[in-house]
Design a protein around this ligand. Sequence first.
Ligand SMILES: C[S@@+](CC[C@H](N)C(=O)[O-])C[C@H]1O[C@@H](n2cnc3c(N)ncnc32)[C@H](O)[C@@H]1O
Length: 365
Amino acid sequence: MRLLLTTSQGIEDLARAEVENLLSELGVPFRVEERPLGVEGRLLAEVGEAFYTDEKGRKRELSVSTYLNERSRLLHRVIVEIASERFEGIGEEEPEKVLRRIEEFVSELPVERFVKVSESFAVRSFRKGEHRITSIDISKTVGKAIFERLERFGSPKVNLDHPAVIFRAELIGDVFFLGIDTTGDSSLHKRPWRVYDHPAHLKASIANALIELANPEGGPFMDPFCGSGTIPIELALRSYTGEITCLEKFRKHLYGAKMNALAAGVRDRIEFLLGDATRLSEYVESVDFAVSNLPYGLKIGRKSSIPRLYMDFFGELAKVLGKRGVFITTEKRAIERAITENGFEIKHHRLIGHGGLMVHLYIIM
Ligand SMILES: C[S@@+](CC[C@H](N)C(=O)[O-])C[C@H]1O[C@@H](n2cnc3c(N)ncnc32)[C@H](O)[C@@H]1O
């Protein structure tokens, strides 16, 4: 079986390491490729069949996709791949020609091997890049091709609201993917514990990528701009044994973070502090790890306050940080200045896709 796995752009290596760890635990043969056909934010895993022995000693199949949906912290979707194809020149072609190419391609695929004709289905699409067609055009075209193909085997049923089976069609640049989306309509990064929706919350998958990069080894950990608590909560859910602190300036967000932690079942594992990160040393003497997505993209007018905020914060961080910091922001110039002028060294930098933007990530020591 081939699984197309989706995640955020820029964290494919971390997602791959996670998937490889999880698959090793199952003891199945596998091979994981990052960015199949050059597509960012995607992995392709070739996985052998997994089995377990039930209470009567019978060999039973274990669903690898269910396992990954349940266990992964970095993936967004687990899709059973039906086909992957590069359509050269698709960006320049007339819309009718593009859709005809997609329809012809899909109609040749043995989709009947992946669904029962009696099950209702829907096609959900994702499109990224320069095209003259929309994702709705793709859904309709792929849906028609699948329907006509399945008609050879019975009477297919479409149910757009509550389908039993979701086909996922993706057109990213000139690469087309088709598969069965085993994750469902809600991406895995939308955690069920999120009862308070902070306007600038971090995707849980990216929060876990930051945690992986910080690699905290049990010492005190803090998110000094914790908003709705995504990073501390995800860390606590990983059974972290060290102290975890969530510092936030606004009461409303801090209260929301507590509610999220309560929903996640980790309220008692996190210390919540109302306070100003530019006065960090007033609240804590030392922390080993500080991980945060910093405030950025504030409304024009207040944006000028960012360099000052970063300078003051990193000045305070220099007084308390013992081991490593991991931060993300869009404000490259302001953060790099604040990091270096406060005596820190940038150990690693990368770009990550978040909310349609590429944000800069730094590991500092
Ligand atoms: C980008 S958001 C963090 C979102 C968070 N990671 C989440 O997933 O919900 C930045 C947060 O920093 C808070 N903040 C801004 N200035 C602050 C300061 N001086 N001290 C502490 N928190 C501050 C904002 O209220 C906001 O909640």
